[in-house]
Design a protein around this ligand. Structure first.
Ligand SMILES: [Zn+2]
Ligand SMILES: [Zn+2]
Length: 439
């Protein structure tokens, strides 16, 4: 067996040799953004790249996702390396798609590119002979929790069961044989990894009665219910003075269309975030109470649809240490955030890390604020090439020799759920309640 440092150097130079191609892929996806469960062109483009590398690809997983396996030919754990396909929608971003407003404003185009870069790093370096087990390259759709009404439509049509891509892939059995999982997300900060909040989503529909707005006493104004509900939600924040981890935020998705008509319908979409399942359950109940009582005060009927969003993310610390060592090899002395600050945002990597040991790592590459019009990729080499190297080097470090490191991590299932237990848990969140107003 060759020395691991020789193999590390081989991966680094194999990926670096393809830097022009990787940067071109990253730019192509940046310029052709597609939001969740609509990533048809992105998926096709990447699948062709993998096929050109000689890999077989299983397509149409969770509608637009895919999986390609790289088998070392020796028994051992299956390590999933993921990349995300979907964009956000921020029409005010200067580079947003003119028609759809889509933009990769937190850099999913980089992790999508790194799927190809990881394959290049493993296949073109000749390192597989000195590794054991399998690498499952998985492209995951719909990480961002947006376009809820569209996705709820897909659920009603029976096309999906989860609004986020990774839970849907788990439902479809794509992770059945996976033993441990990793992905890198782009950041404006340092290398590292962090635990994250979990979330649930709420779609609220208020029903009133329309009438001429010059005689409002004849109607029931659904907009009033929105106004009261948003105030009640704002007052809920007082209950969380001891925690800076709870997040409550939403939009009014519909609120009538003519100022001279009392609106008979208004809708809101909300996202509730908390660091644990019991806190999410309690937050959801509190939200439902506030909204249904506000609705009654406005003499409206309201329906609240609850949809599970993301599980809280708890990273595996042993794998986190391997990630730190990998970063130290690639970028000696680079600052590394070893799970020392909690992230209030959510990711469906939390779902994957609920069923297998996993880490959601970060690699620097952009400036400006995430999810905003100011986000721009400022370091293309880091975003596309270094991230690819990081993924491939991590595969080597975990699966080197007889894959002892990966085996040890995979055996640590403390706090993890089986897939049926996980699906049962997330399905418990889904449901609909109606609070009727009777005159
Ligand atoms: Zn994002
Ligand atoms: Zn993201």
């Amino acid at each position: 067996m060759r020395d691991i440092n020789e193999l590390r150097a081989a991966i680094k130079s194999a990926v670096d040799a393809e830097k022009e191609q990787l940067i071109e892929i990253g730019r192509h996806i940046w310029k052709n953004p597609e939001p969740g469960y609509r990533e048809v062109k992105t998926s096709k483009y990447l699948v062709e790249k993998l096929k050109a590398l000689g890999l077989q690809v299983k397509e149409n997983l969770a509608l637009t996702g895919f999986r390609a396996d790289i088998d070392t030919g020796k028994p051992g754990p299956t390590l999933a390396i993921m990349g995300e396909l979907d964009s956000l929608i921020i029409p005010t971003h200067p580079e947003a798609d003119k028609e759809t407003g889509a933009i990769h404003a937190c850099g999913h185009n980089s992790s999508a590119t790194a799927i190809i870069g990881t394959a290049i790093g493993l296949l073109k370096s000749g390192v597989l002979n000195d590794m054991s087990g399998k690498i499952a390259l998985i492209a995951t759709p719909a990480e961002e929790g947006i376009e809820l009404e569209y996705r709820l439509g897909l659920i009603r049509e029976g096309k999906i069961g989860s609004i986020a891509g990774k839970p849907q892939l788990i439902r479809e059995g794509v992770f059945d044989d996976v033993d441990l999982a990793y992905m890198t997300h782009l950041t404006s900060g340092n290398f590292g990894f962090n635990d994250h909040n979990g979330s649930i989503q709420k779609i609220v529909t208020f029903k009133g009665k329309s009438c001429h707005a010059a005689s409002p006493q004849n109607g029931i104004n659904a907009q009033n219910a929105v106004c009261l509900a948003q105030n009640a939600i704002a007052f809920m924040r007082e209950k969380y003075s001891n925690s800076d981890k709870i997040r409550i935020h939403g939009i009014i998705s519909y609120c009538g269309n003519s100022s001279n008509v009392i609106p008979d319908e208004a809708r809101m979409e909300y996202m509730l975030r908390a660091p644990s399942i019991p806190e999410l359950v309690a937050l959801g109940k509190r939200f439902d109470n506030a909204v249904t009582h506000a609705s009654l005060a406005a003499e409206c009927t309201c329906t609240i649809d609850t949809i599970s969003g993301y599980m809280p993310l708890f990273d595996n610390m042993k794998m986190g240490q391997v990630l730190k060592d990998t970063v130290e090899y690639l970028k000696p002395g680079a600052p590394f955030n070893f799970n020392n600050s909690f992230f209030s945002s959510c990711t469906d990597m939390g779902d994957v890390a609920s069923i297998v040991p996993g880490v959601h790592g970060y690699c620097p590459g952009y400036s400006g604020a995430s999810h905003s019009a100011s986000m721009h990729i400022t370091d293309e080499y880091s975003s596309y090439v270094t991230m690819s190297m990081l993924n491939a080097e991590l595969c080597l470090n975990l699966l080197y020799g007889d894959a002892a490191t990966a085996k040890e991590i995979a055996a640590d299932r403390k706090g993890l759920l089986s897939i049926p237990e996980y699906i049962k848990l997330i399905d418990q969140f889904d449901g609909s309640i109606t609070s009727e107003y009777k005159e």
